[in-house]
Design a protein around this ligand. Structure first.
Ligand SMILES: Cc1ncc(COP(=O)(O)O)c(C=O)c1O
Length: 413
């Protein structure tokens, strides 16, 4: 790791392609009847997308920009589904024209809009109904991100159609421009309790039957979400994937038997622990009993610990053999007190300026979720370790990039 950093400088995201490939293989093995869709929001770096496609994944997209990237990287549109509670007409049109397998509609109004747009472009819109089930994750079911942060169904929600409103569906399905492909349910992210995933699978299978009874229409596809979490805290255990897969496979076996496309969509499970965010210590400080390790990478590049209030393990990478013994706050260079990437981090006694600090589990929602322009630092580089080689995935930004798409006020510069 220190060798890589000496070549590319800091701050840098380093991803391990081997870990991503093994996570993907483990999911495929545990859920053999399911197509694995990669949720691009977790990490939409082009090289990662290419890796996912090469591994055989499909894509779950959530914006026109992600559709553009999916197309550029060469995902087969029939392996792409488009979810999101606020798709614009333009995005819907682009998705119809691109021929994605399903647009996951999240309201009846969106169905109405799709009817209109599909007429305009003369191509039918294939849709999956995203349902907001009446039950969701139980109170205890969340992983480290906590029950509040990452729930998307089972209560009032901006996502999906409340399942009790399904009665209103009939009038839309008769429309010539609409082709019902299937259903989609996404309950929550960061689930580490297998029983919760199974309960979600059961709810999804029940909802599929319900929709089929209501519409008299056999569904082509069922996307049961996923939400598989990754441990962040020592007391958390990883999901036992083979055991979980067996239980979920059993629930969907009747659908599989008759040829329904089954889908699981995953972001963090595939990429989170394949990534490390590495920055360099610029300053060490003691202030009124509190120690600070100040690095050249901050929440502008890795916002997640602050935004989602989740702990990421932190290590001084060039001192892994030294026992961590001093409590410190690891912070970035930004002029804001919230720029703390690690609270109560134990670092070795000898930690020094220029040491390298690694934040773990940075492969998901790192680069993609951070306000890169806040305080106008150049954007960090991204590299991928592939078969023992270090491959550049994204160059470090330059100062000049900060002017991209901007115009000065006339007469001021
Ligand atoms: C609809 C949908 N699918 C998939 C994901 C990916 O979640 P994760 O990265 O936890 O797998 C999300 C996350 O927000 C989502 O909203």
């Amino acid at each position: 790791m220190t060798q890589i950093v000496s070549e590319v400088a800091t701050p840098v995201f380093i991803y391990d392609a081997g870990i991503i490939a093994s996570r993907y293989a483990a999911v495929r093995e545990a859920f053999p009847s399911f197509e694995v869709l990669y949720s691009m929001k977790a990490n939409s770096s082009f090289a990662i997308l290419g890796l996912m496609r090469a591994l055989g994944a499909g894509a779950e997209i959530a914006s026109g920009g992600e559709l553009f990237l999916a197309t550029e990287v060469g995902f087969d549109p029939l392996d792409v589904v488009f979810a999101g509670p606020g798709k614009t007409d333009r995005e819907l049109e682009e998705a119809i024209v691109a021929g994605v397998f399903a647009i996951n509609v999240e309201s009846f109004r969106e169905l109405e809009r799709l009817t209109r747009i599909s007429k305009l472009v003369g191509v039918p819109a294939r849709v999956a109904l995203r349902l907001n089930t009446s039950a969701g994750l139980s109170k205890s079911g969340g992983g480290s991100a906590g029950p509040l942060h990452e729930r998307m169904a089972g209560g009032p929600s901006k996502f999906g159609i409340d399942e009790e409103k399904l009665d209103g569906l009939g009038r839309y399905l008769g429309e010539p421009g609409i082709e019902l492909a299937g259903i989609h349910i996404y309950t929550a992210s960061q689930i580490l309790d297998a029983d919760e995933v199974v309960a979600n699978a059961e709810r999804t299978a029940a909802a599929a039957r319900h929709v089929e009874e209501r519409t008299g229409h056999e569904l082509m596809s069922i996307d049961f979400g996923g939400g598989l979490g990754v441990p962040h805290y020592e007391e958390e255990r990883p999901l036992d994937l083979p055991a979980l897969g067996t239980r979920v496979e059993e629930i969907f076996a009747p659908f599989k038997k008759r040829g329904t496309r089954l889908m699981i969509e995953l972001g963090r499970y595939l990429v989170s622990d394949a990534g490390v965010f590495v920055s360099r210590i610029i300053e060490l400080k003691e202030s009124r009993g509190e120690r600070y390790v100040i690095t050249d990478g901050g929440i502008n590049q890795f916002l997640r610990p602050v935004l989602m209030k989740v702990h990421h393990q932190v290590a001084v990478l060039n001192r892994l053999d030294d026992a961590p013994s001093i409590d410190a706050k690891v912070s970035g260079p930004l002029c804001t007190p919230i720029d703390i990437t690690g609270q109560e981090i134990a670092v070795p006694e000898g930690t020094a300026i220029d040491d390298l600090v690694g934040i773990m589990n940075a492969g998901a929602y790192g680069y993609s979720m951070s306000p890169q322009l806040f305080l106008s630092h150049p954007t960090p580089a991204e590299v991928i370790v592939l078969n023992g080689r270090v491959v550049n995935a994204r160059k470090r930004g330059k100062y000049e990039d900060l002017l991209l798409n901007q115009e000065p006020l006339p007469g001021t510069v």
